[in-house]
Write a protein that binds this ligand. Structure first.
Ligand code: HEM
Length: 484
């Protein structure tokens, strides 16, 4: 049996009474000298930190990534080279729009954030359970999220706001089709695939460059739940997805995912039929088939939710030598936003929290700030003549040639619709029916006719049959949809 420890204060002093405050006499007021009481209340008053501005509710777990295929032909990234190499990982699955206490089974995109603790530093792939996204310019992200969160007056989430934004943002129709389809409500976190979504760059030892997309394929199979089941579960067990994952791992049923990539040669990427730097579009599996390179398994629950799941600070900017960002505008915006959010949410030294520390030692010239700890006392400026840490050429970027005038450009590839049409057409007839029913239910509850018309016009442009079926379900006249 575990030895019972003695109670101490946070400063390690023995603590005699944790149930009865010190008072002036049996019936008297509480004394200010009761330092333990004051400390306990003061600490409690500060227990909450800001929740993530998006993806506030989530579940995390530890695991291991095993590389089955040496990828040194394409990248020098340490975790993808060698044979049967194992890399510890941490994963966080999440809801996007709801707050930390929101029911798990409300239709939403799900976050799929993966950290690899590599020998060359932390590598994060901060993806979703869908291969595409609603927008392709970071300038639109705060507006998009405002439309998905609560109304400033009623403090209610509003279908009206969501569809208003989408109906005026035609680039969203591909992702909206995913979200209204079966995958908008996964049966569990174990039963969904994950995607890096953006195109990233891989660089090998010779400096050759490739474009890469990540796919994480659930070995439990993709399973979803109907809106009806989701509503029943939300009423009974708002934390369903969280506890389903925790229970499975606690029972030793370790879920796993195949790790696959699509690799596109550098020049071919620029000339591909769809813009590969636009996250609202995909790369056809037919043109660039999935290559299976390994798998990861989740085998350990967090020991402390706050220390691990809440304090982990993922960032798409966490890359390692051999991996670089692409020209994707949305990705470029994300490279800034996550660490900035972490500085606000966790403080400037968030990287020093145990869950964020890399396996390899950190040496640089950043110093001090709130909660700084374990800093070395060597030279803190560069250049210097005291053997301070020296630059590491292995992280030199390969770079891309760019040309043109600075300006605020429209998306390079303005075909907003055809990808959504292809997605609609690969759905089985029953899934198409559920898609139309979900859209009827959600878009149908919007009061402003203009929003319904604009959105249905998008579905129509994606695929005429798709648009016609939505129009019929919503009781809209086809003349209103087609004119314009
Ligand atoms: C410009 C576009 C975007 C911006 C500015 C943005 C910003 C953010 C911010 C500020 C957070 C909270 C971070 C924190 O407090 O630790 C977050 C979380 C997250 N975002 Fe984004 N995001 C964008 C697009 C995307 C896209 C395209 C994806 C997926 C492909 C994505 C996936 C996630 C995930 C999974 C999380 C939760 C990470 C975790 O589990 O801690 N985001 N995002």
């Amino acid at each position: 049996m575990k030895k019972q420890e003695k109670l101490t204060t946070s400063a390690g002093q023995a603590w005699a009474n944790n149930n009865h405050s010190q008072t002036a006499g049996e019936r008297g007021p509480v004394l200010i000298q009761d330092y333990q009481l004051l400390e306990k209340l003061a600490h409690f008053d500060r227990e909450r930190i800001p929740e993530r501005v998006v993806h506030a509710k989530g579940a995390g777990a530890r695991g291991v990534f095993t590389l089955h295929q040496d990828m040194s032909k394409y990248t020098k990234a340490n975790l993808f080279t060698g044979h049967n190499k194992q890399t510890p990982i941490f994963i966080r699955f999440s809801q996007v729009a709801g707050e930390a206490g929101y029911p798990d089974t409300i239709r939403d995109v799900r976050g799929f954030a993966l950290r690899f603790y590599t020998q060359a530093g932390n590598y994060d792939i901060v993806g979703n359970n869908t291969p595409v996204f609603f927008i392709n310019d970071p300038l639109k992200f705060p507006d998009f999220i405002h439309s998905q969160k609560r109304d400033p007056q009623t403090h209610l989430r509003s279908n009206e706001m969501q569809w208003d934004f989408w109906s005026h943002s035609p680039e969203s129709v591909h992702q909206v089709t995913y979200l209204m389809g079966d995958r908008g409500n996964p049966a569990s976190y174990q039963n969904m695939n994950g995607y890096g979504s953006h195109t990233f760059k891989w660089v090998n030892e010779q400096g050759e460059q490739y474009w890469v997309k990540y796919h994480f394929i659930s070995q439990q199979g993709v399973k979803n739940m109907t809106d009806q089941t989701a509503a029943q579960i939300a009423a009974k067990d708002p934390d369903y997805l969280l506890h389903e994952l925790y229970d499975a791992i606690a029972k030793g049923h370790f879920p796993s995912w195949k790790v696959c990539v699509q690799i596109v040669p550098y020049e071919a990427g620029f000339n591909y039929k769809y813009d590969i730097f636009d996250v609202t579009k995909v790369i056809s599996h037919h043109d660039y088939p999935l290559i299976e390179i390994g798998e990861f398994t989740l085998n350990e629950n967090p020991k402390n939710y706050f220390d691990e799941v809440e304090e982990i600070a993922f960032s798409p900017a966490n890359m390692v030598p051999g991996i670089e960002p692409s020209l994707d505008k949305l990705l470029q915006g994300r490279l800034f936003s996550y660490k900035d959010a972490a500085r606000y949410r966790l403080g400037v030294n968030f990287d020093q929290l145990p869950i964020n520390q890399p396996l390899n030692p950190v040496h640089n010239y950043e110093r001090d700030g709130f909660m700084a700890q374990n800093q070395d006392n060597t030279v803190n400026y560069e250049p210097n003549s005291f053997q301070g840490p020296k630059e590491d050429n292995s992280a030199q970027i390969q770079g891309d040639s760019v040309q043109g005038k600075t300006g605020n450009y429209l998306p390079y590839d303005q075909d907003y619709y055809s990808a959504a049409g292809r997605l609609y057409r690969v759905m089985k007839p029953e899934e198409q029916e559920r898609l139309i029913a979900t859209i009827k239910n959600m878009l149908g509850s919007v009061t402003k006719p203009e929003i319904k018309i604009l959105e249905t016009r998008q579905f129509y442009q994606a695929d005429h049959e798709y648009g016609q079926r939505v129009a019929q379900a919503l009781g809209l006249k086809m003349e209103e949809i087609i004119k314009h």
